[in-house]
Design a protein around this ligand. Structure first.
Ligand code: COA
Length: 255
């Protein structure tokens, strides 16, 4: 159990709120477990028609907790991180996200499995896996090029630099940019709009949108998980992660 994830099912919408703002909603093992369980419940609960993922104004998520990466690294294709990614990628019901503030790493890759994404004007999107000595996860090496084009995906994944909300919208990573203070309310309104639709038609339509790609998504996620776990154990990643904890610049010159 963790109070860093708040879940609430109301009016056919299952809300999943990341609630660790003092660490910019960095996601711990316990938080992945709670999110995977909430998605699992949402999948089978007939009262839930839509899932909404959000943080607080100014904070979406800074991605995987980097202390956990050192102390409790994900084990390849097992464990809570992978379970969360599998659940979100396979959920039959639509997932809406409200991005407020930074969406780092899995904060951006989870959006590739969402069906509608609202961003606040101040939102920032980055996938800095390479800078951490790591590689793409969450099937982002497949889905990001499909979403934004190969060269833009390469730019995002190889440089690891953040792009703003307007550019993310222009590139097709988000549906809509609104005032920061409005993002969560607007996403909730869109979730309610979906929840008012005929549920079987909604689920079937989502399924048809994703069905052809699903085996490739699963295979890519698995392959990435294996490489990611191997890289996490590498001297490059250890240098990058300890540099973050020591609040210094990493030095890759001797690799
Ligand atoms: N894991 C663990 N702790 C994290 C974290 C993460 N991913 N992201 C932020 N934090 C912690 C910081 O260490 C800091 O802790 P402290 O107050 O005890 O020093 C606190 O959260 C606030 O972060 P800070 O960096 O001061 O906020 P900011 O607004 O200046 O910057 C980010 C926000 C998200 C841009 C920045 O924190 C960042 O780059 N974090 C790392 C993101 C990352 O690499 N994620 C992994 C991707 S795979």
């Amino acid at each position: 159990m963790t109070d860093h994830i708040i879940t609430e099912a109301r009016d056919h919408v299952q809300r999943i709120e990341l609630n660790r703002p003092e660490k910019k909603n960095a996601i711990t093992v316990a938080m992945y477990e709670a999110m995977a369980a909430a998605l699992e419940r949402a999948g089978v609960d007939p009262a839930v028609r839509v899932v909404l993922i959000h943080g607080q104004p100014g904070v979406f998520t800074s991605g995987n907790d980097l202390v956990d990466f050192l102390n409790a690294p994900p084990a390849g294709t097992e464990g809570p991180v992978f379970r969360f990614l599998t659940r979100i990628s396979q959920l039959e019901k639509p997932v809406v996200a409200a991005v407020t503030g930074a969406a780092v790493g899995i904060g951006t890759t989870m959006l590739l499995h969402c069906d509608y994404v609202v961003a606040g004007e101040g939102a920032k999107f980055s996938v800095p896996f390479v800078n951490l000595g790591l590689c793409p996860e969450g099937s982002s090496s497949l889905l990001l090029p499909l979403a934004v084009g190969r060269l833009r995906a390469a730019e995002l994944l190889l440089f690891g630099e953040a792009i703003g909300a307007a550019q993310a919208c222009d590139w097709g990573l988000v549906n809509r940019v609104v005032a920061d203070a409005e993002a969560i309310a607007q996403a909730l309104a869109r979730a309610h709009a979906l929840a008012a639709k005929p549920p079987a038609a909604l689920r079937t339509s989502k399924s048809l949108l994703k069905r052809r790609l699903a085996p490739l998504v699963a295979q890519t996620m698995h392959d990435e998980g294996v490489s990611f776990a191997a890289l996490l154990d590498s001297p490059e990643a250890k240098e990058a992660l300890s540099a973050f904890l020591d609040k210094r610049r990493p030095d890759f010159s001797h690799f």
